[in-house]
Structures are given as structure tokens and as C-alpha cells.
Design a protein around this ligand. Structure first.
Ligand code: ME8
Length: 502
């Protein structure tokens, strides 16, 4: 029975340009969406931008433009960056979209009607970069623990969400395993066990936000506006049937910087609104540059386009999916990117295709033979498909691609042992080449969530019609699907080798 998969990324702040940290989460979500389509799931992939709040207002002021202009300009940069990486969301949501305002008001009205909001004066230490209040004990050397920048004293009349009332339900929810990996789940549980303060969810000091329907002069605090985007996009407050269809399948991806908002506040808000807390939350670490998190203040940001210029879209996507394990922090290294590209893409995949096409031209008049039913690679392929499936399902693209490349390495070994280029044309040569072509077919399908361009190129060069993305896993990747009798074309090098010094 086909399932449903609703995958989200955080919606990114529009004060800053997209960098490879944002791209990491978004490429991962895109690859997962593509994988789930391959297995026949109905998929909805959501990303977008977070456009309200003090941080955006100040960025606009600094640039001498209105917050709406700031949002329009930067949202366009994110949309363009994602298009350039073949990231294809089903919706790019902006929190200034009209339907989002409707959802936010409906959602928080519901929370209020359910008795979980009250009004009081709030004073506290505030980090504008996080858009969050901190306790004094949470500061590091008196600064924000995330940004290392000074906090400010703010005092306001606010509406509060009775978060403290949800400790028990949150502990139960978090213990159920919705948050992955385990270390991040324990971090969330730890936050709840420390005790939860009620949180202020409105502001009067700014007007760049969604108005509070029951109290003129108040706007919702940006985080409570932002989190609700996940519900807006599937029709909360506008299309109840659609919301009921998709919400039970939601799977949030995010980095650990916003774990508290997603794994503690958001589930509590959903419970308060009478909705199910998120089905799954997968939390990854930071992509570090020179050992530090990328940030505007540290001037260590890398734009995706800079790397795409050297490595192509496939090189970019493959590297981040294959080398940055989902969960722990990972250091970005240009050298590692070059090494991965040359080994996996230029050698294992590119050379296999070039070699097979060359020998098919010489020994088989350019017509690809069919694989052998009793090939030694058949069992390897079956195991690889099973391993790749399990790894994608567990949000572990690195392992899924590692498994997929095992099949390529086995095919290369088979060719090296059989040396069909030295043999006389005949059944033996046909069998080995047919096996290698079948491996290329299967890998084109399994790798298509990562290699959005090369997968299709391999597919058409071995003479197959249509696209690897239209295949279904596991049925269409069972051994023996390459029919033989198709024209095989060598074409230009798929992944020209790159020298380490660029
Ligand atoms: O927090 N390593 O937006 P944001 C890995 N608007 N991932 C990184 C990263 C890095 N160095 N830098 C950024 C916000 N990311 C809010 C979210 S959601 C309702 C509101 C990615 O622009 C990662 O996914 O600061 C992280 O969680 C997100 O960008 C933060 O993006």
C-alpha cells in the first residue's frame, strides 16, 4: 500500500543569504522526497522562508529598505539557490503568504480557546539573532550560547503560552522515539526535565508580524508564527480535509540550533491546539567551516553556487549526502570534496560507464547485451537494494550511497577479473558486459535522489527509454531488468577528474 511522506526543512531567515549549511538540510530533504517517490509514496516536500520579527526588521533598516522588500529580495535568492541545486519543493512557503496569516490566527485562537494562553508582563534577556529569551544561567560569558553575541534586556506586555503545563505529555511524547537520533532525543528530554517556563508568544514592540486577532497592537512572536508554517502548508485553518490527510505523516528535518523550538515548544503547541505532535523529527549537527559554525559575523560562509561552479550539481549533492553524516557535526573540507568526487563519481561511476561503452562498441557493435540470470552480481545487487532502502528510511543518506557504490565497485572488480577488452567476442564477453550494464541501470535508479543529472544521463547512454526517476523500488531494480539489444553510447566524460588544487 503506498504511504505518504510529508518532509519539511526549517524556513530560513531572510536577513541572510543561503549558504551550504542551509543547503545541507534542504538537499537532504529533497533527496529523501525523491527516494520516497521511488518507493511509490505520495510525497509533499516543503521549504521556505521565515520573514517576520525583529531580526528581519533590523536587517531591513540596516539596508535602508522595508521589511517586505528585504523579504522579497532574500526569498528570491533562496528560491534561486534551490533551483540551481535541483531542489524541487512542492511548496516554497513564505510567512508573508496570505494563507499563512490565516493559519497562524486560527491555530493560536484555538490554543487560546482551549485555555492555554494568559496575559502578563515579561522582562528578560533577549537574543535578537535567535529571537529568543534566555535565563541568565544559560548565557555563556554573559553572551548568547548560540551566537556568542550580547543579549538585550526587554520588557513587554505579552500573551503567554502555558508551556509548563505540558511537561508530562512532552516527556511521554519524547520517550516514544519521534526524535532521531537518540542523542538529540535525550537532549530534548533533558530540556523538559530541567523544568519548562511559560513562554511569551506575542510582541507589542514591533508591528512586523501576524496581528493577534483578539488584542489589537500585538503581533505574534516570530517563532510561533514560523513553526505554524508546517501546518499552513497542508491546509490548517483553510482546508481541514487536506490537513487531516497530510499531518499524520509529517517529518521535520532541522539542525540542533533549533532543537528546543521544534522538539519541545512545537509539540506542546500542537497538543494545546488539540493536534497530534510531529510524527518524526530528524535533527542533524552543524556543518563547520574551519571548526566553526558558519555565520555572517564570522565571515566564513560558503555559497552553494561557488562549489557548483567547480563540481556541478551532482558533485555538490553527492558530497554532502555521502560525507556529512546526518546527526553529528561535520567539518566542510574542499579537499574531501575533491577526493570524494574523483573516487566515487569520476572513477567508480564515470569510468565504469566509459569502459563498458568502449568495450560494447568494440566487441558488440555498440549494442548492449543482456545480463546473466546467474551473475555473481545478482545477489550483491539484491543486498545493496535492501541496504539502501533501510538506510534512506532511517534518514541515513551516507550509508544508502555507500551501499549503492558497493555495487559499482563489485562491477568494476568483475570487469577487471574478466578483462573483456582482451577476450574474443562471444557469450562470455556478452555476459560480463550485460552484468555491468545491469549494474549501471540499477545504480542509476538508486542514485537518482543524489545525482539528479548523471542518473538520467547514464540511463539514456545505456539505451533505456524514459527516466530512472520513473522507476519503482524494489520491483524495477530486481536483477535482470536490462533487456539487452539497446544502443550504448559512450558520450563525453560524465565526471572529468578534478585536480586537488582546483
Ligand atoms: O533558525 N550547519 O532559520 P535559520 C548545518 N528561521 N545546518 C545549518 C547550518 C550549519 N552551519 N547553518 C544553518 C531559523 N543550517 C528559523 C527556523 S523553522 C520554523 C524557523 C540550517 O536561517 C539548519 O537546518 O537560522 C538550521 O536548523 C537552519 O539552517 C537554521 O536556519
Amino acid at each position: 500500500m503506498p504511504g505518504r511522506f510529508f518532509v519539511t526543512t526549517p524556513i530560513y531567515y531572510v536577513n541572510d543569504a543561503p549558504h551550504i549549511g542551509h543547503a545541507y538540510t534542504t538537499v537532504t530533504a529533497d533527496a529523501l522526497a525523491r527516494w520516497h517517490r521511488l518507493v511509490g509514496d505520495e510525497v509533499f516536500f516543503l521549504t521556505g522562508t521565515d520573514e517576520h520579527g525583529l531580526k528581519i526588521q533590523r536587517a531591513a533598516d540596516a539596508n535602508g529598505i522595508t521589511p517586505q522588500e528585504q523579504a522579497d529580495r532574500t526569498a528570491a535568492r533562496f528560491e534561486q539557490a534551490w533551483a540551481e541545486l535541483d531542489i524541487r519543493p512542492d511548496r516554497f512557503i513564505r510567512t508573508t503568504d496570505p494563507d499563512h496569516g490565516v493559519s497562524v490566527q486560527a491555530f493560536l485562537q484555538k490554543v487560546k480557546d482551549n485555555g492555554h494562553l494568559y496575559k502578563a508582563t515579561y522582562e528578560g534577556l533577549y537574543c535578537v539573532a535567535c529571537e529568543a529569551y534566555y535565563r541568565e544561567s544559560e548565557l555563556v560569558d554573559g553572551n548568547c550560547p548560540i551566537h556568542g553575541t550580547p543579549v538585550e534586556w526587554l520588557s513587554e506586555d505579552n500573551w503567554f503560552f502555558r508551556l509548563s503545563a505540558f511537561e508530562e505529555q512532552l516527556t511521554e511524547y519524547l520517550s516514544s522515539g519521534a526524535v532521531q537520533p537518540e542523542g538529540k532525543r535525550n537532549e530534548a528530554l533533558g530540556l523538559v526535565r530541567q523544568g519548562l517556563d511559560d513562554v511569551s508568544i506575542t510582541r507589542t514592540s514591533i508591528d512586523w508580524g501576524v496581528p493577534v486577532p483578539w488584542d489589537p497592537g500585538h503581533v505574534f512572536y516570530v517563532w510561533y508564527d514560523a513553526l505554524i508554517n508546517y501546518a499552513t502548508a497542508v491546509g490548517y485553518g483553510t482546508d481541514p480535509e487536506r490537513f487531516a490527510t497530510w499531518w499524520p505523516h509529517v517529518h521535520h528535518l532541522l539542525a540542533k540550533d533549533i532543537l528546543r523550538f521544534h522538539c519541545v515548544y512545537w509539540p506542546a503547541m500542537l497538543l494545546a491546539a488539540g493536534e497530534q505532535p510531529p510524527h518524526r523529527l530528524s535533527v542533524h549537527g552543524y556543518l563547520l567551516v574551519g571548526g566553526e559554525k558558519m555565520s555572517k559575523t564570522r565571515l566564513n560562509q560558503i555559497a552553494p553556487a561557488d562549489l557548483v561552479a567547480d563540481f556541478g550539481v551532482d558533485g555538490f549533492r553527492y558530497h554532502f549526502l555521502r560525507d556529512t553524516r546526518f546527526g553529528p557535526d561535520g567539518d566542510f573540507s574542499y579537499e574531501a570534496l575533491v577526493a570524494r568526487y574523483n573516487t566515487d563519481l569520476a572513477n567508480n561511476l564515470g569510468n565504469l560507464l566509459a569502459r563498458v561503452a568502449t568495450v560494447v562498441a568494440k566487441k558488440c557493435d555498440g549494442v548492449g547485451p543482456a545480463p546473466r540470470a546467474d551473475s555473481p552480481l545478482a545477489a550483491v545487487a539484491e543486498q545493496v537494494v535492501a541496504d539502501a532502502r533501510a538506510a534512506w528510511e532511517a534518514v541515513n543518506p551516507a550509508e544508502a550511497l555507500e551501499a549503492t557504490w558497493r555495487l559499482l565497485r563489485e562491477a568494476n572488480s568483475l570487469l577487471e577479473a574478466a578483462e573483456p577488452w582482451k577476450a574474443e567476442p562471444g557469450a562470455e564477453v556478452d555476459g560480463v558486459l550485460g552484468d555491468a550494464l545491469e549494474v549501471l541501470r540499477i545504480v542509476a535508479v538508486l542514485a537518482s535522489p543524489a545525482l539528479t543529472r548523471a542518473a538520467g544521463e547514464v540511463w539514456s547512454r545505456i539505451g533505456l527509454p524514459g527516466s530512472p526517476e520513473d522507476q519503482r523500488v524494489p520491483g524495477d531494480v530486481a536483477w535482470g531488468g536490462y533487456p539487452g539489444g539497446l544502443a550504448v553510447e559512450k558520450g563525453p566524460s560524465l565526471f572529468p577528474r578534478i585536480k586537488a588544487d582546483g
